[in-house]
Write a protein that binds this ligand. Structure first.
Ligand code: ADP
Ligand code: MG
Length: 318
């Protein structure tokens, strides 16, 4: 007997033993009921991953489960919010129990790490597509919005840039992909603890899903200002340096998507507090530019000469 929709939910996604205190009603009713503390706002993010569009159809189910949640946790991190609850809308071409088990393992391994409870969802048949929503509280008025950048603020990024884009290029070219790079593409590590701490230190933030230039562009547009990026200071992993010809390094760092690092702005007076936060989170942060009044994002070398980027970022409809 093939599993019914309800069997799938019970077997793979309903885990009553892992209930948070603030979940009044989880999976099983028409809607979940969540208790939001009255001194908090609720941050909500949703993202869809479509097979063949956001990941190759052959991607391991574990990685799809991880990434579908990770990209949403990254959005909440970029708001300075604490992820608490999730929903999952799953469209499956067929019921493949091994696939479902591996997908659920990838999803819940990450969810449990951050104490995120799956409180509902929807299960339908069709071409493989995964939509995850994550919700979580953020202290009133403290969320890291895109419109908080002001001239004079320093621009920072977490971690290193370009690894995920390099993995995608190698995959698309049919080359052997270095395992560490593939991990950056398939298992992005959302900067959850750092993002929560940044709510008290930063002025504006975004997660880098479409490339630094495109995403920093969203910050300066929302904030009615501009920026200069010092391209020689962009952080990169030793592996990227080894794998990518030097002419392409800056393209991957400036325009490569899928890194899910954070790009954020900090008042000069808060830089010491930022460094302390980065130490506490054991996460590297690198100053890569400055916010300026003139609109647009300019790229400069350390010798003062301009750098003209080619590709600016990924757009689904371009
Ligand atoms: P309804 O018809 O009222 O929308 P469903 O039959 O779609 O309810 O779902 C039954 C319950 O199972 C609901 O609480 C729903 O949130 C939950 N659910 C359905 N699919 C999933 C899923 N993939 N993951 C988690 N919960 C799910
Ligand atoms: Mg439903």
């Amino acid at each position: 007997m093939p599993l019914s929709e309800f069997d799938i939910i019970e077997r793979f996604f309903h885990r009553p033993e892992r209930s948070r205190d603030d979940v009044l009603l989880g999976i099983g009713d028409d809607a979940a009921l969540l208790a939001v503390p009255c001194d908090r706002e609720l941050a909500v993010a949703v993202d869809t991953l479509v097979a063949g569009r956001h990941f190759p159809p052959a991607t391991r189910a574990f990685d799809i489960g991880h990434k579908a949640l990770a990209v949403n946790l990254s959005d909440l991190a970029a708001m300075g919010a604490e992820p608490a609850w999730g929903t999952l809308a799953l469209t499956l071409p067929e019921v493949d129990e091994a696939w479902l088990q591996s997908f659920a393992d990838g999803f819940f391994t990450l969810a449990d790490r951050y104490d995120v409870q799956l409180v509902g969802g929807d299960t339908t048949r069709g071409p493989l597509s995964v939509t995850v929503q994550v919700l979580g509280p953020v202290p009133r008025g403290r969320a890291l919005r895109r419109d908080g950048a002001r001239p004079g603020q320093r621009i920072f990024v977490t971690g290193t840039l370009g690894d995920a884009a390099c993995a995608l290029w190698q995959m698309q070219a049919g080359e052997q992909v270095a395992p560490r790079l593939l991990e950056r593409l398939n298992r992005p590590e959302p900067r959850v603890a750092f993002g929560r701490g940044l709510a008290a230190v930063g002025s504006a933030a975004i997660d880098i899903s479409d490339g630094l230039l495109a995403d920093l562009g969203h910050i300066v547009t929302a904030s009615n200002c501009g920026a200069t990026v010092w391209v020689d200071r962009l952080p990169r992993s030793p592996l990227l340096t080894a794998q990518v010809p030097s002419a392409q390094l800056l393209v991957s760092q400036l325009s490569g998507g899928d890194d899910y690092e954070l790009c954020f702005c900090v008042e000069p007076t808060k830089v010491a507090a930022l460094q302390a936060l980065a130490r506490d989170c054991a996460l590297a942060v690198t100053e890569v530019g400055v916010i300026e009044p003139q609109p647009g994002v300019r790229c400069r070398h350390d010798d003062g000469s301009d750098y003209q980027p080619g590709v600016r970022g990924f757009d689904h409809f371009a």
